[in-house]
Design a protein around this ligand. Structure first.
Ligand code: CO
Length: 150
């Protein structure tokens, strides 16, 4: 058996969980501007849970250029974003216990990351969901669409 073949077999034996999870995760970056690195998230229907990682690669603190990811139905987004402003930075710009929020990250500043899991069973395939930053004024440009795909 040649050495290359052994390496491939070892990788397959030691990394099955990571390989299986590859399609059930997304990494989204942001920085010191009101922008995400992507405008859409597609969650395969076969995923029971979907891990989202938000990274803020900028330098500004969360009080000045805070970012988060909030997932709601397309219909609820405007009202959730409105109520989030009143909730204030101490609540991460989200109304505590807001049941319209399907999943969300922490509010983070430069150099920080936040991970969270999307409960895929709560999402209807084909329905329209959105993700956005609930920091005041950010959701005009920090927003995107999210769907469960077959
Ligand atoms: Co933001």
């Amino acid at each position: 058996m040649n050495p290359l073949h052994c390496t491939i077999i070892l990788a397959c034996l030691t990394l099955p969980a990571a390989a299986m999870a590859a399609d059930c995760a997304a990494r989204i970056e942001s920085y010191d501007a009101m922008q995400y690195s992507t405008r859409s998230i597609a969650i395969p229907a076969s995923c029971t849970s979907f891990r989202v990682t938000l990274a803020h690669t900028g330098k500004l603190p969360k009080t000045a250029m805070g970012h988060n990811i909030v997932i709601t139905s397309a219909a609820d987004a405007a009202a959730v974003g409105h109520d989030a402003i009143a909730a204030g930075v101490g609540n991460g710009y989200l109304e505590p216990g807001d049941t319209r929020v399907i999943a969300h990250s922490a509010l983070i500043g430069g150099g920080e990351t936040s991970q969270f899991d999307v409960p895929v069973a709560k999402l209807k395939p084909g329905a329209n969901y959105v993700f956005f930053c609930s920091f005041p004024g950010h959701n005009a440009s920090m927003k995107g669409t999210l769907q469960v795909t077959q």
